[in-house]
Design a protein around this ligand. Structure first.
Ligand code: PEP
Ligand code: MN
Length: 340
């Protein structure tokens, strides 16, 4: 249920609405826009929504109440009709800017991340990515450097000024990683780890939520609602490819899913062509297609020596190839009336 306050409503009116929500045991989220304050109410059972909406609509200062029957509310376009950007440190993702987040799959050494950070910055990336904790399909594959990897990322940010995006896999890591990272990545395999989503939402850092590779768009949006309901609307969705019958690519980049998500939510949506295709030569066409389809940003894996990468080498671009992709991305973005 969304409660829209009148432009001339007072703080007391707002407080009264919040108090009444509290009395009923409903949660709330207040969004103060330039003209209007909107309250997202969480917890009304579907069968009572119409009645409750009628009751709240007569409270002082309330302009209208919109009962929402969709399973996601705070992230819906009914709550906020305009697609809105999210800032990762100083990097803008969405809102007319195509923000590119680039870097290696795993942080492997200080030298590797530093070299990559300088290269992607030169090419025009807005943020640096790199996994310190890696969710690997096999327990025998490299699992990441852990806390040491975080320190290397921090050093790369100090030297280049690029904000850093890194993955959390476990609720026990969230607080420590949030002290360092500018944005917490929740990977495809953890999209439905609800405790992790809630913990990430509580720490008030931007969160990038990847789509589970066997999840529907609706499940993805509901997962993002967990983060929103826990306290942060600074959420970036990431389409990273889904599992289909096709075996020529690692996954299938679901651009129609991206367009559906864009219709449903105001949250920025980025595309990750690297994990979707799994092979470096196909990253460029899918990056361009995603930007043309309205992606608010890209996540691209870059490694100074893909032939020596400890994870996802086959899909990683060299710095030179990344620079070339960025040039093409700029052309497409400009043609779409956006900047990089
Ligand atoms: C990654 O970004 O390196 C990663 C593991 O991605 P995903 O969760 O999409 O597989
Ligand atoms: Mn990877």
């Amino acid at each position: 249920m969304i409660i829209v306050m009148r432009p001339d409503s007072t703080e007391e009116d707002l407080q009264q609405v919040v108090d009444r929500l509290g009395e009923r045991g409903y949660g709330h989220h207040i969004s103060r826009g330039e003209e209007r304050t909107i309250i997202g109410a969480i917890g009304a059972p579907d069968h009572e929504k119409e009645i409750v909406a009628g009751q709240f609509s007569v409270l002082p200062g309330v302009e209208r109440v919109v009962p929402i029957l969709k399973p996601y509310k705070l992230i819906s376009r009914e709550y906020n009709p305009r697609p809105s950007p999210v800032m990762i440190g100083g990097a803008k993702i969405g809102g007319g800017t195509v923000g590119v987040i680039a870097g290696p799959c795993s942080v492997e050494s200080q030298e590797q991340i530093m070299q990559t950070a300088h290269a992607v910055k030169r090419a025009g990336a807005a943020a640096l990515r790199g996994g310190a904790f890696k969710p690997r399909t096999s327990p025998y594959s490299c699992q990441g450097l852990g806390l040491e990897g975080l320190e290397f990322l921090q050093a790369a940010r100090e030297e280049t000024g690029l904000p850093i995006v890194t993955e959390i896999m476990d609720v026990r890591q969230v607080e420590r990683v949030a002290e360092v990272a500018d944005c917490l990545q929740i990977g495809a395999r953890n999209m439905q780890n609800y405790d992790l989503l809630k913990e990430a939402g509580r720490c008030h850092k931007p969160v990038m939520l990847k789509r589970g590779f066997s999840s529907t768009v609706e499940e993805w949006l509901k997962a993002s609602e967990y983060i929103a309901a826990a306290g942060t609307l600074d959420i970036i969705l990431c389409e990273r490819g889904i599992r289909t019958f096709e075996t020529a690519t690692r996954f299938t980049l679901d651009l129609s899913g991206l367009a559906v998500a864009r219709r449903e939510t105001f949250l920025p949506i980025v595309a990750d062509p690297s994990h979707a295709v799994g092979v470096s030569s196909l990253v460029q066409p899918m990056a361009l297609a995603a930007v043309a389809a309205g992606a608010d940003g890209l996540l691209i894996e870059v490694h100074p020596r893909p032939d020596q990468a400890r994870s996802d080498g086959p899909q990683s671009l060299t710095p030179a190839a990344f620079e070339e992709v960025m040039k093409q991305v700029r052309t497409i973005a400009e043609a779409m009336g956006r900047e990089v």
